[in-house]
Design a protein around this ligand. Structure first.
Ligand SMILES: Nc1ncnc2c1ncn2[C@@H]1O[C@H](COP(=O)(O)OP(=O)(O)OP(=O)(O)O)[C@@H](O)[C@H]1O
Ligand SMILES: [Mg+2]
Length: 182
């Protein structure tokens, strides 16, 4: 059975997966790389849209060996029967803005991704797909080592779940207009 690390772009999935894979001795499987290698990203724009049904088939074949699967598309391309636990990393949207600016994302792409994190889209879709196998970890203000420890403890059976409510935070700071266009 495989373990999944997912969450919005820039929350630290790959950084943490690199550490986790050392401890678990599982091969890492990067969903984005697989999609890229298979030529599934639509090339006519820069939105990185991907053909989900094709990707699903390719991944199903690849995870016949247990793996550490990493990627924000995890809820849409994996079936529950192949998965033991799903870790959704959550990160303060204000921190994500800095990550995205460093990556030189456009304003639109920044708003799209922070908006999605605020509404918890990936966490919601992961719970819909994997139910009680999903665990959220708030990485905000935690070192990479602390996040790694927390994720490992969940994998090893400490089934605690962080509660995050970025929408409440953003609303209280009067910042809805910063993250959403209306
Ligand atoms: N716990 C942490 N504390 C501070 N910075 C971190 C932490 N984890 C990761 N980072 C930094 O945040 C940035 C994004 O991390 P990373 O590339 O691992 O995200 P990702 O979730 O894999 O993104 P993507 O979905 O785009 O692949 C990197 O600059 C990384 O060094
Ligand atoms: Mg990454």
């Amino acid at each position: 059975m495989s373990i999944v690390i997912t969450g919005s772009p820039g929350v630290g999935k790959h950084t943490v997966a690199k550490e986790i894979s050392k401890y678990l001795g599982l091969p890492t499987m990067d969903i984005n790389s697989i999609a890229k290698e298979a030529g599934l990203f639509e090339k006519n724009d820069d939105t990185n849209d991907v053909d989900i049904s094709d990707l699903k088939k390719i991944i199903k074949e690849k995870i016949s060996t247990p793996s550490l699967i990493v990627g924000h598309l995890a809820p849409y391309v994996l079936s529950p029967d192949q998965i033991k636990k799903v870790i959704v990393l959550r990160r303060d949207p204000y921190d994500l803005i800095s990550v995205y600016k460093k990556r030189q994302y456009t304003e639109e792409k920044i708003r799209e991704n922070t908006g999605s994190e605020i509404l918890g889209i990936i966490a919601h879709d992961a719970i819909n797909q994997f139910g009680t196998r999903v665990f959220q970890v708030d990485v905000t203000g935690k070192s990479i080592m602390e996040v790694t420890k927390k994720v490992l403890s969940i994998i090893n059976g400490d089934e605690t779940n962080d509660e995050v409510d970025w929408l409440d935070l953003v609303t209280k700071r009067n910042d809805l207009k910063k993250f959403f266009t209306y």
